[in-house]
Design a protein around this ligand. Structure first.
Ligand code: G4P
Length: 522
């Protein structure tokens, strides 16, 4: 690829994640997008995969059991001249640190909300990570075909609960059985709720250009009034604020009945950014259209085939072009690695990828070379991208080796899996016992499975439940502060922190030690 070809290929890329609380409709909307992209021909394909009917024979046992697979981790398709990469952020018990880290590899996010429920806990957590990254976040208020909460109420909630300004791109004309259409504010038209897409044009004053029976309906009159009020009193459309994630454009629609989804996608693609630049550790910027190939590993998926210890490292390409068989340098070790046949592309089918450019995600077959956060590059200039953030675990588990004679493999396994970022490791400040921390239950299961299969180490795990981790300045630390309700532990960098049983314990601590400052990480 010459520079002009690279530039146009990178400009075409749109890489984003869909974030939501389980059941809000992420799978359904993903499926609609794939239908538009011509990747799947029938609705239900992704869904079948999610429920396991589609599972291929060689997935790792846990994946099989849960019906999640590597193939659905990244979905690529072409639409309207763009090449779109959607990164999956699993929900339910599959929620893990990987879910958070995936958000480090996207340039924007779509937040799907169930309009009967509003903002739910997982939406909030994922939103906060996107906010921290300062990427554009678009909102899709789903399930308009059912009776939900008042639209105004939902929009206000975005501002109140998430602290983000909201700008409605369209407005529902009725909902549930009364759903008549959408006032498409952005395109200044009415999108009718009919089997085939049908639009009514509006004039500059927002009046129908040609009269239509819908004018007689009270839901229409209500919607027109609400929109005109909002135009006066609400937020202004502001592209700069969208770009930094300070304003979220809001779309209403129904993924299930495919209403408003295409309008959403078209508008979204107008504002979703092309691949962004990344900073290296020195603060130097690596531009996506630079010729030199660079990328970082944001996720490692444990293996499908128990006979081999390989796994797949997910790489976000940050600049240049990837060619199969190229030699790259792994910055952490300085080692040269050939990205040859082992490289696969995580598209609808697991095909070998020949070329890919900045913005794309590729899966590298890994036999233990890569760790999460690793940078690889081709060419002379050594690049190490900024560290990926660490996320504060919420679930904790005491762990020990079942067989005391096998301490060596136990320690080796823990060390490697922790380095790889599969789980977080803590030690009890006084006893030195190992405690694992995770943001989702699946991380423990994967840990246990891999310890057994890859390190031949059977582990005993004892749940400690949900806790809140708060770090304390070592200068202020007194070991006597530790109790069963706020257990003192060390992280893997030897920094002290407390694991609080609940909010009550935290408040009690704050009351007892008013001068002690505790901090939460992300
Ligand atoms: P998720 O990936 O976010 O977890 O959600 P998913 O798409 O699986 O949707 C969760 C449920 O909500 C599904 O119903 C789905 O059909 C339904 N749903 C999604 N979008 C809409 C919508 O726009 N309107 C309505 N009315 N329902 C919607 P389910 O009963 O759990 O699954 P299924 O038995 O229908 O497959």
């Amino acid at each position: 690829m010459n520079q002009a070809e690279l530039t146009s290929a990178v400009d075409r890329r749109r890489t984003f994640a869909i974030i939501s609380h389980p059941d809000a409709g992420k799978t359904t909307i993903t499926e609609q997008l794939l239908l538009f992209g011509g990747v799947v021909r029938e609705a239900g394909t992704v869904k079948a995969r999610k429920t396991g009917n589609y599972a291929k024979s060689d997935w790792m046992e846990i994946e099989k059991k849960r019906g999640i697979s590597v193939t659905s981790s990244v979905m690529q398709f072409d639409y309207a001249g763009k090449r779109i990469n959607i990164l999956d952020t699993p929900g339910h018990e599959d929620f893990s640190e990987d879910t958070y880290r995936t958000l480090m590899a996207v340039d924007s996010a779509v937040m799907v909300i169930d309009s009967a429920k509003g903002i739910e806990p997982q939406t909030k957590k994922l939103f906060q990570i996107c906010k921290m990254r300062g990427i554009p976040i678009f909102t899709f208020m789903n399930k308009l075909d059912r009776d939900g909460r008042e639209p105004l109420d939902l929009v206000n909630e975005l501002e109140e609960v998430l602290g983000v300004d909201a700008y409605p791109m369209n407005w529902p004309i009725g909902m549930g059985k009364q759903l008549a259409g959408l006032y498409d504010i952005y395109n200044n038209r009415i999108e009718l709720h009919t089997d085939e897409p049908e639009f009514l044009e509006l004039d500059a004053d927002g009046e129908l250009k040609e009269s239509n029976p819908i004018e007689e309906e009270s839901v229409f009159q209500d919607a027109m009034m609400e929109v005109s009020l909002m135009k006066e009193a609400g937020n202004q459309f502001d592209e700069a604020k969208i770009a930094t994630g300070d304003l979220t454009p809001v779309f209403f629609g129904s993924a299930l009945t495919n209403f408003g989804v295409k309008t959403f996608l078209d508008a979204y693609l107008n504002y979703a950014p092309a691949p962004s630049a990344h900073k290296d550790e020195e603060g130097d910027v690596v531009e996506p259209k630079e010729e030199q190939f660079t990328g970082f590993v944001f996720k490692i998926q444990a293996n499908m085939n128990p006979n081999h210890r390989d796994r797949i490292a997910f790489l976000r390409i940050c600049s240049g072009e990837f060619d199969r068989g190229m030699d790259v340098t792994l910055k952490r070790t300085g080692k040269t690695i050939r990205l040859s046949n082992s490289t696969q592309f995580m598209a609808d089918t697991r095909e070998n990828v020949e070329t890919a450019v900045a913005g794309d995600i590729i899966g590298l077959y890994d036999t233990g070379n890569f760790q999460i956060g690793d940078t690889i590059y081709a060419g002379k200039r050594a690049v190490q991208f900024e560290k990926l953030p660490q996320f504060t675990p919420e679930l904790f588990m005491q762990v020990s080796a079942k067989n005391v004679m096998k301490q060596k493999s136990f320690h080796k396994g823990i060390k490697q899996l922790v380095q790889e970022g599969a789980v977080q490791l803590y030690t009890n400040y006084t006893t030195g016992d190992y405690i694992l921390g995770a943001v989702g239950q699946l991380q423990f299961e994967v840990f246990q499975f891999r310890m057994q299969n890859e390190y031949n180490s059977e582990v005993v795990m004892q749940p400690m439940g949900k806790k809140t981790a708060r770090w304390i300045d070592p200068e202020q630390l007194d070991e006597k502060m530790s109790s069963s309700r706020n257990l003192l532990v060390k992280d893997r960098f030897d920094q002290p922190l407390f694991l609080f049983e609940n909010q009550f314990a935290e408040r009690w601590f704050a009351g007892k030690y008013p001068d002690v400052k505790l901090t939460a990480k992300l």
